[in-house]
Write a protein that binds this ligand. Sequence first.
Ligand code: ATP
Length: 374
Amino acid sequence: MSDSTFLVATMPGDGIGKDIIKSATSIVDLSSEIVGGYKCNWQMIKAGAEYFALNGIDVEPGGEDKADKADSIFLGAIGLPTIRHKDGTEICPHLRFREIFGLYAGVRPVKAYPNITNRLSNNLASKIDLVILRESTEGLFYSAAVHNRCPVDNDNEVQDIMRITRKTTEKLHDFAFKLARQRKSKGKIGKVTCVDKANVFRSQAFFRKIFDERKVNFHDINSDHCYVDAMALNLIRNPWEYDILVMENMFGDILSDLGGGLVGGMGMASCAEIGDNHGLFQPAHGSAPDIMGQDKANPLATILSAALMLDYLSEKNKCPSAAKGAKLIETAIEVGFEQNKIRPMEFGGDMGTEAVSNELMLLLKDKLVQNKVL
Ligand code: ATP
């Protein structure tokens, strides 16, 4: 049978985005050489703040159309604090992509790996394995999206709207329960927690009401609610007790950085943004201009995002070998930390972007790793 070839619209973007995207594409290419049965065709597209500063537009002409037609979209990191629109906001074409491609489900895994020093000291912290499911097209980010930018009134007052719609929220909660079911089948907790502020905001009470309506269709999955402020506390006190946390956009934005911190840093924070017909994959961190171009960035969040992409492509195209490739990459990272072969500078180690990528290449070729998956 011939290999499945996936067209991936790829935007390295700004800052460390350029440093880390090459690591991820090389690792995926190696995984497909080893596993066989799939290949990614990386279609490079120029986009981001630097491109905007030079050309006055944030994506190359025709770039969005290419992204629309591709099998998936893959981003490095976009935006630089020194390049902004007149109203002070940064250049964020990826927010527009969420909007136009309807990428409502922002999947952000928070998983502990062995031997990472700067995380919670409780022994149970090694068991952290949860997912922040961030609604990504409405909520408080609705105002930031393309069509609804609210000007400051007379330099005196401004409002941002929290938008919650039944259509998107039903899809989001269903996605959460299905994901919990999938994870339960792999031996994980299999529970969904609705994180909201239903005691104060009508929009949030509505979000919770729809959660309660949808949960009756998933009797096999446990569920509960937690106010977002209490969840900030619980994520420090007992994060190992949670599985899927579903929430509106801004809460998810904030808690996913907290989640990154729980397991060591943003360099481990992967992300999939899924809609009905499109999937976009990128690390949850920004362009980290403080370390760009210095070979210091941890490429693992981007590489783990590429593994999420292989899982997505596998399911979408009925190509089981791509899911094997994803598993191979995840296992190599797990074993690399276990054996202390992966030591990113981000966690006080001695390995920069290139050294981490080179070591991971060796791990992918390691028979011990391959035997666990293939
Ligand atoms: P954004 O708002 O676009 O998400 P941000 O302002 O939250 O961006 P980041 O760019 O994510 O900021 O960086 C936050 C901190 O985390 C910085 O100190 C940065 O150096 C560090 N950081 C982010 N990503 C990585 C990485 N891959 N490797 C090492 N350090 C990182």
